[in-house]
Design a protein around this ligand. Structure first.
Ligand code: ATP
Ligand code: MG
Length: 363
């Protein structure tokens, strides 16, 4: 059986605390399911700056390029606020994403039944929700030229350019179709082809990739404004949504609020396939380093644990192990085990980060 190589970058703040629970989960799978991992650990962000004067060393980057998957905790904190921009902790993360060319950002929105009352929507609209938004991450209006603010006559004009090439659209479309094949075989592509040229091209290319390479997947197209409405009206109609950088930014935050706490949300960023056919990949919780609760044992480790579950499913082909892990999370939540961020107005006694880890391992 193949050994899965994994680079762990705990980072700063609550990063190391939540990652410690993932290490225990990894050890559990190795001991009880005979899954072989080759785990290495390194510094990133403020921790790397403290040790090496840079938020990401070339050696760490080289290692990240080689492994089957990178798992990152969180970077940053008030201690580093006054550093020069070029060595800020966040630069380490951005450099990783850029050098690894991670163009496809997967943000699942999954609503565990036990937490359905935390949603901003009614329970029956979100209970059992399980969708993934695939956001193009390295192009579009965030990078298009020309851009800038200049003077026209006696007033200033702000300009950004939404620009997509066929190949940029094609690769993120493939990543969405591949994902759909591991789920419910259903993709909805969102753009504004009614008002944007890039939207017309987006729709064209996604359809073409579908027809030539993934005809077995069900594909629909939707204008992004309607998509936003449908996401809050009836989100369970979707499975995989693929969209551009800007719409993806907005729609994935919107989807996140369907599910409740920031402490629950995992993410994956994928690049081109490596020699083994699997995409380059980095997995990380959506939350940040949470300096306000760091070092107090209060952090919810579930977002990081579910990020590892995504690595099991999408990088290691260990779908059964991923199901087992997600099932354990669902069970402890159903049993009423709650970290502080998951306490409702009715109160109760929250468990610590480690106790949440204990409960998940027991389940
Ligand atoms: P970043 O700029 O890195 O995205 P942020 O300022 O958006 O960070 P977070 O660090 O994600 O913020 O924290 C936002 C709030 O959510 C904080 O009050 C934090 O304590 C809380 N929080 C974030 N992650 C968790 C977690 N895993 N468990 C419990 N609370 C969390
Ligand atoms: Mg943030």
């Amino acid at each position: 059986m193949a050994t899965h190589s994994l680079l762990i970058l705990p980072g700063d703040g609550i990063g190391p605390e939540v990652m410690a629970e993932v290490r225990r989960v990894i050890d559990w799978f190795a001991a009880n399911k005979g899954i072989a991992f080759d785990v290495s650990e390194d510094l990133v962000g403020g921790a790397a700056y403290d040790a090496h004067g840079t938020p990401l060393t070339d050696e760490t980057l080289a290692k990240a390029q080689e492994v089957d998957a990178v798992l990152l905790g969180a970077v940053g904190g008030p201690k580093y606020d006054n550093l020069d921009f070029s060595v800020k902790p966040e630069r380490g993360l951005l450099r990783l994403r850029k050098e690894m060319d991670l163009f496809s950002n997967l943000r699942p929105a999954q609503c565990f039944d036990a937490l359905a009352d935390f949603s901003s929507l009614k329970r029956d609209v979100v209970a059992g929700l399980d969708i993934v938004i695939v956001r193009e991450l390295t192009s579009g209006v965030y990078f298009g030229e020309p851009r800038g603010i200049h003077k026209e006559g006696n007033e200033r004009v702000g300009i950004n350019t939404q620009r997509y090439t066929e190949s940029e659209i094609a690769r993120v479309a493939r990543s969405a179709f591949e994902l759909a094949k591991k789920r419910s075989n259903k993709v909805c592509s969102m753009e504004k082809a009614n008002v944007m040229e890039s939207g017309i091209l987006w729709r064209d290319v996604v359809q073409e990739i579908h027809d030539t390479e993934y005809p077995e997947v069900e594909l629909t197209h939707m204008y992004a404004d309607n998509g936003a409405m449908q996401l809050v009206r009836a989100p369970k109609q979707f499975d995989v949504i693929v969209t551009d950088n800007l719409f993806g930014d907005v729609l994935s935050d919107c989807a996140a609020m369907l599910t409740g706490s920031l402490g629950m949300l995992p993410s994956a960023s994928l690049g081109l396939p490596m020699a083994n056919g699997k995409p380059k990949a980095m997995y990380e919780p959506v939350h940040g380093s949470a300096p306000d609760i760091a070092g107090q044992g209060k952090a919810n480790p579930i977002a990081c644990i579910l990020s590892f579950a995504m690595a099991l499913r999408y990088s290691f082909d260990e779908g059964e192990a991923a199901d087992l892990l997600e099932g354990a999370v669902e069970k402890v939540l159903a049993d009423g085990v709650r970290t502080a961020d998951l306490m409702g107005p009715e109160g109760g006694t929250p468990v610590s980060t480690t106790e949440m880890g204990d409960a998940i391992l027991a389940a």
